[in-house]
Write a protein that binds this ligand. Structure first.
Ligand code: MCA
Ligand code: AMP
Length: 505
């Protein structure tokens, strides 16, 4: 039996035929039959470009239905889809091209020259463009290509995608996700969240991360439902779309903004059946405000790039504010002592570990990192601290990893600190996340100048501009004489967080 996830999607495409798969507000539409045909044409183009089974296809493009068709084309031929945040700068892209060695880099037309240069420097043999209006050289190649209507046979460990997650060491790690990882999770979520062909998902997330790509698109495809593709989150548009949609998936910032909007009423959300939140903690305050105004209890769930979705509040039954619910069917969880690794008694806080068919098979070309985090018995160490309450609901109470989550995007302090520390005027720095009313956490730098140096906030920020995606750049930079340290010499970030707590409140 082939494990190619596209087999399942293709069956749905044949059944659903002319039904909507993706529509846009500009009036563009792909039916399921179109998705079957177009993904075959793109598969033909990939083949003509020399992309073979197992090859990586790196993609940094603006959100469009065609980008999803490209993802599907990769699945079809067993190529490995490698989506990249559109905010990444050339310097950040260079690392991914070097590390993943893709056979093809698909980019935006506006950065073609830079992309060609980076590809030449990193040994990537082909560069094509893809725009948001079904345009670009890749679409031209697809139109001229010989259609591939086959679906490559794949084994249980064959890769569907590599998604990079920043590392605590500053080096990004490529999480290797198999067809089986993605397929099993999508199937589980269709059941858990009662997706059907009747659903119309309002899709306002970016499509280069797990949430907007796999959770949203794979679940839609698995259920034969449809998606309304929006370029980004815009509250005005969401209120209009709620008159026609049934489900919204978002990061907490979506819900904080919607809950603060006077247009949020039971009438405005009457057609909607489900609001899902994840990627960062949803505050109990937002959960309660949203429910009080709309009558809908947001369903909060917990996941990771390495695992897809693990834990979810129930569809039927209480969706409890401040908790992420119970493990999904087929997902095992244990909470362990950080020192000994032994399971802690119920009700105590410990390190959350996860096992299941959804858990990735390792980090791309990083066997040691893989061994550190993916244990021999199959459990993955999440780096999140959790506790199970007396009703079986899981609470994510903190993070053991040094990570900031801003508006649903992960920022690893080390990466920012390394760049700030490059400055001659800087002795050292510490990057922390502080409570932020819109983004949940705001990236903040605390810097020690070299003796006699005069660099200011603008000087530090100017150095980061162009080197680091904007969402990773600190919203504020503070200067101190020394950083607080414990007896081991480690910077006490808790102390810094306490000191600067009121910055954005
Ligand atoms: C935009 N800005 C940000 C962020 N987004 N700064 C920090 N953090 C952010 N997330 C900056 C912009 O560059 C701009 O700065 C300023 O903030 C205002 O931009 P604005 O127009 O308000 O932003 P927006 O376009 O409304 O975007 C906010 C957003 C967006 C809607 C929250 O960031 C977003 O869609 N986030 C979703 C991320 C996501 O999909 N995460 C899932 C990861 P300036 O003016 O100075 O340039 S998958 C995952 O985590 C796991 C597996 C899971 O469980 O799902
Ligand atoms: P990523 O590496 O982008 O996949 O982000 C995964 C991380 O996001 C997890 O390890 C958590 O720290 C965080 N996360 C995702 N969903 C939730 C949630 N519902 N509550 C708290 N943290 C979450």
């Amino acid at each position: 039996m082939s494990h190619n996830l596209f087999e399942t999607f293709a069956a749905r495409m044949r059944e659903r035929g002319n039904a909507d798969f993706i529509t846009t507000r500009e009036g563009r539409r792909y039916s399921y039959a179109d998705a079957l045909g177009e993904s075959g044409r793109l598969a033909g183009a990939l083949t003509a470009l020399g992309v073979q089974q197992g090859d990586r296809v790196a993609v940094q493009v603006d959100k469009s239905p065609e980008a999803i068709l490209l993802y599907l084309a990769c699945l079809r031929i067993g190529a490995v889809y490698l989506p990249l945040n559109t905010g990444y700068t050339g310097e950040e892209i260079r690392y991914f091209l070097t590390d993943a060695e893709p056979a093809l880099f698909v980019c935006r037309a506006a950065v073609l020259d830079e992309a060609r240069r980076l590809a030449a420097e990193t040994g990537c043999p082909a560069v094509e463009t893809l725009g948001t209006a079904a345009d670009g050289s890749l679409m031209e190649k697809a139109a001229a290509a010989t259609l591939r209507d086959d679906i490559v046979e794949l084994g249980e460990r064959d890769l569907a995608a590599i998604l990079y997650t920043s590392g605590t060491t500053g080096r990004s790690k490529g999480a290797m996700l198999t067809h089986r990882n993605l397929g099993s999770n999508a199937e589980t979520l269709v059941g858990a969240w009662r997706f059907s062909a009747e659903d119309r998902l309002i899709h306002a997330l970016p499509i280069f991360h797990t949430h907007g790509l796999f959770v949203a698109c794979n679940v839609t495809l698995m259920a034969g439902a449809s998606m309304r593709f929006l370029p980004k989150f815009d509250a005005d548009v969401i209120f209009e779309e709620m008159a026609h949609g049934t489900v919204l998936m978002g990061v907490p910032t979506f819900y904080t903004r919607l809950a603060a909007d006077e247009r949020l009423t039971p009438e405005a959300t009457a057609r909607m059946r489900l609001f899902v939140s994840g990627s960062a903690p949803l505050t109990a305050e937002t959960h309660e405000a949203f429910e009080a105004k709309s009558g809908h209890a947001i369903l909060e769930r917990y996941g990771m790039t390495e695992t897809n979705m693990n834990i979810s509040n129930p569809y039927d039954g209480a969706r409890r504010a401040g908790t992420v619910g119970m493990p999904l069917p087929g997902v095992e969880m244990r909470i362990t002592d950080r020192e000994t690794g032994a399971e802690v008694p119920e009700g105590e806080i410990g390190m959350l570990q996860i096992r299941g068919p959804n858990v990735f098979i390792g980090y791309w070309r990083m066997p040691e990192k893989t061994r550190e985090e993916l244990l021999e018995d199959g459990f993955f160490i999440t780096g999140d601290l959790a506790m199970v309450d007396d009703q079986g609901y899981v609470h994510i109470v903190g993070r053991d990893k040094d990570l900031v989550i801003s508006g649903g995007y992960n920022v690893y302090p080390k990466e920012v600190e390394q760049l700030i520390d490059e400055l001659d005027e800087v002795q050292e720095s510490a990057v922390i996340g502080l409570p932020h009313p819109d983004f949940g956490e705001g990236v903040t730098a605390v810097v020690v100048r070299q003796p006699g140096a005069a660099i200011d906030e603008a000087g530090v920020l100017a150095h980061l501009e162009g080197r680091l995606a904007r969402y990773k750049q600190p919203k504020r930079v503070f200067f101190v004489e020394v950083l607080p340290r414990n007896t081991m010499g480690k910077v006490q970030k808790n102390e810094l967080r306490r000191q600067y707590d009121a910055t954005y409140r």
